[in-house]
Design a protein around this ligand. Structure first.
Ligand SMILES: Cc1cc2nc3c(=O)[nH]c(=O)nc-3n(C[C@H](O)[C@H](O)[C@H](O)COP(=O)(O)O)c2cc1C
Length: 167
């Protein structure tokens, strides 16, 4: 049987979400899938993939524009494939402690595309994040990297298990 191809597309401003996407890609490869990790804005066609994982960071309560645009642009093809979504946001440990619901944009995309599942992962703002808000948060010790590699890998392995039982 041919190896299943999975696309992990992401919208990321400063690299936190792309790091999560790479982590998902590595875990899926460990499970024997072919995983392509790409910025959502660079993807022209999803027809060569058997499943899609779409992620975006959240800014002021909105999903990253490239992730939303991807969901709209490829709606017809995505409707015929299993789709999972994730968000990267809270700069605290809340996403590790309980399930954080998706923002409104994501709820709409999920409904339209019949996405299987969504998860919110902790986000990251560090001294290398550009912008005055990031600088302010770092200065007031309200920043940090709250991405949990184990939680991300577990979710990716869960996708593998789902694809094996409900392709
Ligand atoms: C100006 C600003 C606004 C933000 N707004 C939100 C928000 O509304 N909700 C949230 O969960 N995280 C928010 N965050 C945190 C980011 O989503 C988090 O840092 C994310 O991991 C950034 O990912 P990226 O580097 O891939 O864009 C905000 C961060 C900044 C700097």
């Amino acid at each position: 049987m041919a190896t299943k191809r999975i696309l992990i597309a992401y919208g990321s401003r400063h690299g936190a979400t792309s790091g999560i996407a790479e982590e998902i890609g590595s875990a899926l490869r460990e499970d024997g899938y072919e995983a392509a990790v790409l910025p959502a804005g660079d993807v022209r066609d999803v027809s060569g993939y058997d499943a899609v994982v779409l992620g975006g960071s959240v800014y002021a309560g909105r999903w990253h524009r490239d992730a939303s645009r991807f969901a709209r642009l490829h709606a017809a093809d995505l409707g015929h494939r299993p789709v999972w979504m994730f968000s990267s946001g809270p700069v605290d440990s809340s996403a590790e402690q309980h399930d954080l619901p998706p923002v409104r944009d994501v709820v709409r995309h999920m409904e339209r595309l019949h996405a299987r599942e969504h998860i919110t992962f902790g986000g990251s703002i560090t001294a290398s994040t550009p912008g005055w808000i990031a600088r302010y948060l770092v200065r007031h010790a309200a920043a940090g990297d709250f991405r949990n590699p184990e939680q991300i890998q577990d979710w990716a392995h869960h996708i593998s298990a789902e694809l094996a039982t409900r392709p």
